[in-house]
Design a protein around this ligand. Structure first.
Ligand SMILES: [Zn+2]
Length: 293
């Protein structure tokens, strides 16, 4: 405890002063044009998840959460997700904390809790160093090894920057990655094969003729839960309609190890890039299914 206090109060205090002023510009991957901030990170970084609330404004709608299946509220108004993700990508980049994949062309997501149609901005992942951790959302207190996030925005707001000011400004579809013994390649295989070209911080891969069907990442017919939440990375803005699929995508150990081999901002592997769960509070977690008794 003492060493933690020393670290926070003395070593990194100047860093924290500069962080706040540049927080918005430096923290939203799809807004920034320049080299990303190295300030915030995960365990062992200059500003780890327990420090984030001191640096960024947090309300009562933070993410991720632990999904208690006995406390969800069935909603007959939730319709199946409908999506169209044409096979048109721009690039993938190792930003030191994640791998992000960006799109060009028209995309569309509707259904679930969404009013209107959202457009895909990017896809990224969270993963752990070992079996039993890595996903951001938990289910009944349990974790799996990873979680893919398909980040969409609501074009009715005219710009992504404006969408961030509204609780329904973004929609993120979460898909769990569960490590299991399998010889089958997962739908992630086409991009995982390119990850060696992204193994170091700031490396980028520009798509050419790669075939990668993003819609295959979403388990067909999966039950899902929805709730009002926020970005799970700084600036933690509460602008997200979360849609978390309960059926995982099965991924082999070899495929998860490709994630675990990536190098981050500080030269070592970046793993355990997930935020701990936040209080559900008074929020309703709605479900496409009847809750467990
Ligand atoms: Zn994410």
């Amino acid at each position: 405890m003492a060493s933690k206090l020393v670290r926070r109060n003395l070593l990194f205090a100047p860093q924290k002063r500069t962080l706040k002023s540049s927080a918005l510009r430096s923290s939203i991957p799809w807004l920034r044009k320049s080299t990303p901030s190295l300030n915030w990170g995960y365990n062992g970084s200059e500003c780890d998840p327990e420090d984030w609330p001191n640096e960024y404004q947090c309300g009562n709608c933070q993410s991720p959460i632990d999904i208690d299946l006995s406390k969800v509220t069935y909603s007959s108004e939730l319709t199946p997700l409908e999506y169209s993700y044409p096979d048109k990508f721009k690039y993938m980049v190792n930003d030191g904390k994640n791998i992000r994949i960006h799109w060009r062309g028209e995309t569309a997501l509707s259904g679930g809790p969404l009013k209107g149609t959202y457009e895909l901005v990017q896809l990224h992942f969270h993963w752990g160093s070992a079996v039993g951790k890595g996903a951001e959302h938990l289910v009944n207190g349990e974790s799996v090894e990873g979680e893919a996030h398909l980040v969409h925005w609501n074009p009715k707001y005219g710009s992504i920057r404006e969408a961030l000011n509204h609780q329904d400004g973004c929609a993120v579809v979460g898909v769990f990655l569960k490590e299991a013994k399998t010889d089958a390649e997962s739908p992630l295989s086409p991009i995982l094969k390119r990850f060696p070209t992204l193994s170091k911080f700031n490396e980028k891969y520009t798509f050419e003729n790669d075939v990668f069907n993003v819609g295959d990442l979403i388990p067909k017919g999966s039950e899902f839960i929805c709730y009002d939440g926020g970005l799970t990375t700084p600036p933690l803005t509460e602008c997200v309609q979360w849609i978390v699929n309960l059926e995982p995508l099965v991924v082999s150990k070899e495929e998860m190890d490709v994630f675990r081999s990536l190098e981050g901002s500080f030269g070592h592997n970046f793993i355990d890039n997930f935020r701990p769960c936040q209080p559900v509070g008074n929020r309703v977690v709605s479900s496409s299914f009847e809750p467990e008794k």
